[in-house]
Design a protein. Structure first.
Length: 433
């Protein structure tokens, strides 16, 4: 009886592996077949970028495509988000796949036939609009994965929830948005999601590669605003002033001691950056006020709490010592938790990723100080967030256009691997691999 049971388990195992291998071959063939379509979607979205909570055209493109596949579609989720639900023909888990849709306020400086020429107003300034972080590729890849998985619906175990998310880069000041709002509106329920997977393209990793890290993989982020109020005066009479420019300079210098003196860098890195400073309007006037904007990155909840406390102490006490005042808004408009890859899920799905890209092309990497609001989804259910190579082969990574810059550029040939990987993660997880 025991031998018979073991034989049955062995035969079931062979059958499952056979089904998965067959599905993988089908997915690969279909991904190759629709490659030109995926690239065309990506280029169209790239040429017509939209900022967070304003992704109206992009959302309409996605919704029409999903509806054409017979997928149940909800629009207006989290402002402009689109959610599709594909119900497989067999019982099984609910697997979510996520792509972000928004662009950045950046003027593109690439000589491409589909380069963005879009401009708009952002925070009272005229800005360019560009997909300078690859969200256009994320949308195109997930649209491709939806087409392939919908064609396999009859043999699919469980359901797939396609989450097209707005405002990953942050909602406009005064608005809610992004993953946090989608979670708040119940995107992980009805039906309840069991696991979630996501990909992020990388302009500094070669096409054909996938990077991963179990546990904390991307930092938490808090943006900040510090307003220093002083006393104005003629520039020729500084003794009559409380100079907020000088006080701000002292605050900026002192903030750098947080990472060098307060953070245990042997455990986790951290970043405190002031990215903008505004005060005054001419050379011979000491202004009344200076405003600073910055970002804070940490890789543990404990460090996040400590760094925020130190920023408040340094800014307010430095200002007070000079006779000025400092108001710290932290977070100012954005806070994302640490993005954590569930360790058990990562280990379970690593063979699937390796079969998709080739074992030699899948690399374990250190944690990144970049951030992702995928973290809000991964707080609710086990999540796995991977990094897909998008840099042309043979390019020096030091010369590749970095993310969030006008020179950011992606090689379209890497998208097919992304489509393959998303589909294989769904099928392999649903099949119990």
């Amino acid at each position: 009886m025991k031998i018979t049971l073991l034989l049955l388990l062995f035969l079931c195992s062979i059958s499952t592996y056979g089904q998965s291998d067959k599905a993988r071959q089908t997915i690969k063939a279909k991904a190759t077949e629709i490659e030109k379509k995926v690239i065309a979607w990506r280029r169209d979205i790239h040429e017509h970028p939209e900022l967070g909570n304003r992704e109206f055209r992009t959302a309409e493109l996605i919704a029409k495509h999903l509806q054409s596949l017979g997928i149940e579609v909800k629009t207006g989720v989290g402002k402009t988000g689109v959610v599709g639900l594909l119900k497989g023909g067999l019982p099984g888990p609910v697997v979510a796949l996520r792509a972000d849709m928004d662009a950045l306020p950046v003027y593109e400086k690439n000589d491409l036939p589909f380069a963005s020429k879009v401009t708009t107003e952002y925070n009272g300034q005229q800005v360019g609009v560009m997909h300078a972080c690859g969200h256009d590729t994320h949308v195109a890849m997930l649209m491709g994965a939806a087409e392939i998985l919908a064609s396999m619906k009859k043999d699919l175990k469980g359901s797939v929830k396609f989450i097209f998310q707005p405002a990953e880069e942050g909602a406009p000041k005064g608005e809610e948005g992004g993953a946090a709002l989608m979670v708040k509106e119940g995107v992980m329920e009805n039906p309840k999601v069991d696991v979630i997977f996501g990909l992020h393209i990388s302009s500094e990793d070669e096409v054909g590669t996938i990077n991963y890290r179990p546990g904390g993989t991307m930092a938490s982020v808090n943006d900040l605003k510090i307003t220093v109020n002083g006393k104005p005066s003629h520039g020729a009479q500084p003794w009559a002033s409380v100079d907020p420019v000088l006080v701000s300079a002292q605050i900026i210098t002192s903030l750098q001691t947080i990472v060098s003196r307060n953070v245990n860098v042997t455990e986790n890195p951290a970043v405190v950056t002031i990215g903008a400073i505004h005060g005054g309007n001419r050379s011979n006037i000491i202004s009344e006020k200076v405003e600073m904007l910055g970002t804070v990155r940490t890789l543990s909840a404990e460090d996040e709490k400590m760094v925020i406390q130190r920023i408040n102490e340094i800014a307010t006490h430095t200002a007070q010592a000079a006779g000025a005042t400092a108001v710290v808004e932290l977070p100012y408009s954005i806070r994302y938790p640490v993005t954590v890859n569930d360790v058990a899920l990562t280990n379970r799905m690593l063979p699937s990723v390796q079969k998709s890209a080739g074992k030699e092309n899948v690399k374990l990497v250190p944690a990144q100080t970049g951030s992702e609001d995928f973290s809000y989804f991964a707080e609710k259910v086990p999540g796995l967030f991977l990094f897909l190579g998008g840099m042309p082969k043979g390019t020096d990574p030091k010369k590749a256009g970095p993310h969030h810059t006008p020179q950011f550029i992606i090689d379209d040939s890497g998208l097919t691997l992304g489509v393959n990987t998303l589909c294989n993660l769904v099928v392999d997880y649903s099949n119990g691999k």
